[in-house]
Design a protein. Sequence first.
Length: 184
Amino acid sequence: MNHQPYLDWMIATTEELNEMLTPENQIALHEHLSQCNSCQELGEAWRVVELEMQSAPMQSPAQGFKQRWQARLETNQKQKQQKQSYSLLGFLILGAFLMLAALIALALPMIKSPILFLWTWIYQLVQYYLYIEFFRLLLLSIFQTVIDVIPMAGLILIIGFFSQLSVIWIVAMRLTTSPWRVRS
């Protein structure tokens, strides 16, 4: 016979018992207790222990218990945080090594022939230089064309207009982001 639900019901507090016991369960518990001597003895022993616990005076903790408990709690929390930090650091280092291994695996064909690797780098550097030179010449020709097409007075007006726009923008940014202007 399964005694476990009956044992749980017998040692439950009054609030727990009201939640657990339906009328059918109460009938089943009374029937089981009328038939099972070991559960009857256990139930009576539990009631005696419960009465003694309720009638016993509340003991105050030993001197300094609160301080020792708080110090131990703080130490345990620091140890837990330190363990979490080390775990995170370990995972980050492991991830970095895995990424390094993946990069090495991807670069392995180039590393096998260092001459090819060197020529590839030289080619890339020359390409970047050519791109920069192209954009420099493009901007220079656009600037030269603008200077030739627009008269000097027009250039001064355009530069003055954009200068004023930038000053207005800076002032607007300062006014909208300054802390003394923000109201809650």
